[in-house]
Ligand binder design. Structure first.
Ligand SMILES: Cc1cc2nc3c(=O)[nH]c(=O)nc-3n(C[C@H](O)[C@H](O)[C@H](O)COP(=O)(O)O)c2cc1C
Length: 314
């Protein structure tokens, strides 16, 4: 049996619901040595900033049980090089590009958004607000409902009306539904859930933090239950808002769990470091798992695990 794998993220229709995760596959070029990137739902690019940045002090990676800590920071080429080299490459290879943007102020987010306006290679904008606000003593935008809403509202107004704008949230808050609602009210077309959790590892020989930047973002299977909980809570609170879910997805079954919890699509991040084929494998496995359970479409599975959903359907 074939399953209709198409999915919708706001006004954007994708051929299937499996994407890469921002920061884990650069702009897709490396992955193209392993599979055809146009076969994925979309490629989500590393968060791009106005200017090239070199990131945080080394070491920037530490392995932890079932996970990984990274303090790469927002290292990258800057918007000019991205528009010149990376975005055209994705378009030439038939890949849909979800462009992730990051800034230290609302104005920076707006400037980045304007640079993307009207560019037909941009399928969607993912606004990484899980980064520090330099105008608010470094407080993370996504930890404060009004700062989050300010950025998302400004980006939505500055963006091409045809381009969906998704807000990417951090789980490091007391109530993620408050932030989700603030973003939705400000005009977000959907949410990407979740970014990494703030963590720390200690080197007992040096008796010092392992990472040069002291703290880092925790990702991988260790965070999957946290990510599923966030997707679940936000879908429960805002059932009509599309969610791009991520956090520790390694298999088609993991991806199915996210769909059932309320995600319309998923991103595969850390898994690609150990297995560059992971996104395409997850896609094929997901299709198989859906077929095995008698689903005729992926969208039919979205939110299916919620009690109210079961009631509506029966
Ligand atoms: C090395 C690394 C770099 C990342 N860089 C970004 C980034 O630039 N922007 C962003 O929004 N998220 C970034 N993330 C977070 C991932 O996109 C994803 O939200 C998170 O890692 C959870 O998914 P995973 O467990 O499948 O990796 C990064 C994650 C890792 C591991």
């Amino acid at each position: 049996m074939t399953v209709d794998m198409t999915t919708r993220l706001g006004s954007l229709t994708l051929p299937n619901p499996v994407l890469t995760a921002s920061g884990c596959a650069a702009a897709g070029r490396e992955l193209s040595h392993y599979f055809d990137v146009s076969e994925l739902g979309a490629v989500v690019t590393k968060s791009i900033q106005l200017r090239a940045r070199s990131g945080r002090p080394t070491p920037r990676m530490a392995e932890t049980p079932s996970g990984m800590l990274n303090s790469i920071g927002l290292q990258g080429p800057g918007i000019d090089a991205f528009l010149r080299d990376d975005l055209p490459w994705l378009a030439q290879h038939g890949a849909r590009a979800v462009v992730s943007i990051a800034g230290g102020s609302t104005d920076e987010f707006v400037s980045l958004t304007r640079r993307l306006y009207g560019n037909r290679a941009v399928a969607m904008i993912e606004v990484n607000i899980s980064c520090p606000n330099v105008e608010m003593r470094g407080e993370v935008f996504a930890c404060d409902p009004s700062a989050a809403a300010r950025v998302i509202g400004a980006v939505r107004r500055a963006a091409d009306p045809h381009t969906p704008v998704f807000a990417k949230l951090t789980p490091d808050v007391t109530d993620i539904t408050l932030i989700a609602r603030a973003c939705a009210d400000a005009g977000a077309d959907g949410l990407s859930l979740i970014n990494t959790l703030l963590g720390l590892e200690i080197d007992v020989d040096r008796m010092a933090p392992v990472l040069g930047g002291v703290t880092g973002g925790l990702s991988g299977p260790a965070i999957r239950p946290v990510a599923l909980r966030c997707v679940w809570q936000v879908h429960e609170a805002l059932p009509h808002l599309p969610i791009l879910g991520m956090g520790g997805i390694r298999t088609g079954l993991d991806a199915l769990r996210f769909l059932l919890a309320g995600a319309s699509a998923v991103s595969v991040g850390t898994a690609v470091f150990g297995d560059p084929d992971a996104p395409i494998r997850v896609l094929h496995e997901l299709e198989h798992e859906l077929a095995e359970r008698g689903f005729v479409s992926a969208s039919e599975a979205v939110g299916r695990a919620h009690p109210h959903h079961a009631m509506v359907r029966s």
